[in-house]
Design a protein around this ligand. Structure first.
Ligand code: XIL
Length: 666
């Protein structure tokens, strides 16, 4: 990340250094200063952020996190509901994703959290004996900490065990097992991963108060019994202007016991809208917290609970508050950023925010010409309909529903790339009445099935409701489908204009691209075969013939003089290739909605395509426009790309038709 120095002294120092080195570079470039992570790393300090699978798949989040933080904490993915949703059935797909990120970027990993009263699946609290409950706890700690053995530097073994008055929170653990659940969890964690440092973590324990004294007394009792405990985590979810004056004193009383201290979930929330003086006060608050920790040898790191506004939990959990983290809505550094750098002894240089990524449509279903692979979920009947349409004249109708979960569905495993973030959108409408429509993904991972909601909204009969949300496709899936359901059990339901989009190839910070037809060129042109072929090549590229949209040429052909020319280019690396297709409208009127068909000459098999919805049946290929590039004005072109494998020869196709009309080759 490029950094702008904010201090004249910094610029002067940089220029001097350059002159001394005899290097001739522009001062603007020379002014690049160290990042927050570099400042922290230089003094052996950890500066972390909570990470989530969704934030991790955002190129903008990564752009900031990669360079500004040297530690990450599992935000939600290490919690019980994520790791052991059903008894004895562990699911580490999401948490592994974060652990892999930490490993590949060289960041320290904090595990969060093994035993907590919140985000527990219901089965944990069902009626059972104390001995059984203890076994549930031990199995979980052993299973999760064992899975991450030698990968996690610190575990929040027990989270939030205290009430505000310093007594124990009346959780299912304390009710059924008493105080000993804490020692049991710590002992099991040590056995499962001897290298991990073990922490008890809580909020409102930053200053010296009744709650932190409860924690202080507990850790002394544990130490006296020889129970493994390495540190305490002070969450530090603070309100602007309210850093406890006893913070440093409190940190010191814990380190005096031989324990480490970490600030684990720092944010400083401001009543919205935040004004300049509040942001200045917030900077002072961040400086005070980081400074207090950095001043005590046993206080080893500070983690903020997210990077920017987009991944902050504050707006949702503290209505009316926000602006709590170091970066804002557009990933620009807030004044607190420079304050934290200074608190760690660095000279601040404000980082440039990342560019807005371009969006590429990987699939779209306008339902103008049939179901295109959509079918029934359950006993309901999914049919193509022209009784209602959001765009054009066609949609999908789900009728004969007998349960809320029934509705239209389509397999999409072959369309998505594991580890990528997608935006999934659709329009829903009821035939009568209303209900909450839910657009979701069903992900199969071996025998485990996950139902992951993308978007929910009230659907009514008089207008269309948009459903749109992010979906991170985790690695390891054996089946994946998108589906629509509604809380109205029996009502008929319409679905239309479903699209799946993803970020294009990351752009540099200075080159900002917005979604447009021109954006379709860059992903294909800049895609390196080695980088993009492996995820798709590892999966079966088969597509069912029924998935092919049956486009009737007459319905979408241009009405005036028609004509087309196709340029087919490929980048072949032996056994696989990237195809790049440009179709030009040589007619005299615009083409509105296009279908380009060709037949491969050999046994080429497409595994992935972009800027088009491409289906293949045998050697026959059907490429339909994406939602945003359906119109080709007279004389203009549309471009799309694909990845394919082959054996034997890779001869180019010799004939193409656009909406049923033969094209010339260019
Ligand atoms: C929060 C997450 O940030 C939210 O996304 C989630 O919905 C609720 O939990 N203390 C903790 C964290 O220890 O795990 C909590 O994280 C915030 C409070």
């Amino acid at each position: 990340m490029r950094q702008r120095r904010v201090r004249a002294a910094g610029i002067a120092a940089a220029v001097v250094a350059l002159v001394a080195g005899g290097v001739s570079v522009l001062p603007a470039l020379a002014a690049a200063g160290p990042t927050l992570a570099q400042v922290a790393t230089a003094r052996g300090f950890s500066i972390g952020t909570a990470a989530g699978v969704k934030t991790l798949a955002s190129s903008q989040w990564r752009y900031v996190a990669d360079t500004q933080f040297n530690s990450v904490t599992m935000g939600n993915e290490g919690k019980w509901d994520a790791t052991e949703p059903a008894q004895g059935q562990f699911d580490f797909a999401a948490a592994d994703f974060i652990a892999d990120y930490a490993r590949t970027t060289g960041k320290r990993l904090r595990g969060h959290t093994l035993v907590w009263h919140s985000q527990l699946p219901a089965w944990v609290s069902t009626d059972r004996t104390a001995a059984e409950q203890r076994q549930v706890l031990l199995d979980h700690v052993t299973g999760v900490a064992g899975h991450f053995k030698n990968k996690v530097a610190q575990w929040d073994v027990v989270n939030e065990p205290f009430n505000e008055d310093g007594t124990f929170r009346s959780s299912v653990w304390y009710q059924r097992l008493g105080e000993d659940y804490i020692a049991d969890a710590l002992t099991a964690a040590r056995a499962a991963d001897p290298a991990a440092k073990l922490y008890i973590n809580d909020y409102n324990v930053e200053g010296v108060n009744a709650k932190s004294t409860g924690l202080y007394n507990l850790v002394q009792r544990l130490q006296a019994r020889g129970v493994p405990i390495d540190g305490v985590g002070l969450q530090a979810h603070l309100i602007v202007g309210q850093v406890p004056s006893t913070l440093r004193q409190n940190i010191e009383r814990f380190t005096a016991l031989g324990l480490k201290v970490e600030i684990t979930e720092l944010d400083v929330r401001i009543p919205l809208p935040a004004d300049a003086s509040e942001l200045t006060q917030q900077a002072a608050d961040y400086r005070a917290v980081v400074g207090a920790c950095a001043a005590v040898a046993g206080c080893t790191g500070v983690t903020t609970w997210g990077v920017g506004e987009a991944d902050s939990w504050v707006p949702a959990f503290f209505p009316g508050y926000g602006a709590a983290l170091l970066f804002d809505e557009q990933w620009r550094a807030r004044p607190a950023y420079s304050a934290v750098v200074e608190a760690l002894g660095g000279t601040p240089s404000v980082p440039e925010p990342p560019a807005t990524p371009s969006l590429v449509t990987v699939a779209s279903w306008p339902f103008e010409t049939g179901l295109a692979g959509w079918g029934s979920r359950g006993s309901e009947v999914t049919t193509a309909s022209t009784a209602a349409a959001h765009g054009g004249t066609g949609s999908v109708l789900s009728s004969g529903r007998t349960a809320t979960w029934q509705g239209p569905t389509r397999p999409v495993l072959d369309l998505l790339t594991p580890g990528k973030l997608y935006t999934v959108s659709a329009w829903a409408r009821t035939a009568s009445g209303s209900g909450t429509a839910r657009l979701s993904m069903q992900r199969q991972n071996g025998t485990a099935t996950r139902y992951e909601n993308v978007s929910a909204n009230t659907a009514i009969s008089t207008t269309w409701t948009r459903l749109s949300g992010d979906y991170l496709f985790l690695p390891g899936a054996t089946a994946l489908s998108v589906y629509l359901e509604t809380t109205d059990t029996t009502g008929d339901l319409y679905l239309d204009d479903v699209t799946i989009q993803t970020e294009g190839t990351p752009t540099s910070a200075s080159a900002s691209a917005s979604p447009s037809v021109s954006a379709s060129v860059s992903p294909s042109a800049s895609r390196s075969p080695s980088a993009s072929v492996s995820p798709s090549a590892s999966r079966s590229p088969s597509r069912s013939p029924s998935g092919s949209p049956s486009v009737s040429p007459s319905s979408s052909a241009s009405s005036g003089g028609t004509g087309c020319a196709v340029h087919y280019a490929k980048n072949d690396w032996g056994g696989g290739f990237a195809g790049d297709v440009t179709v030009t409208n040589t007619g005299s009127t615009a083409v509105t909605g296009w279908t380009l068909r060709w037949t491969f000459a050999g046994n080429q098999q497409v595994s992935q395509a972009w800027s088009t919805v491409l289906t293949q049946s045998g050697a026959a290929v059907t490429a339909v426009n994406a939602a945003w590039n359906g119109t080709i004005p007279a004389g203009a072109s549309a471009n799309f790309g694909f990845l394919a494998s082959y054996t034997g020869g890779n001869t180019d196709p010799s004939a193409f038709t656009l909406n049923g009309t033969a094209c010339t080759l260019r």
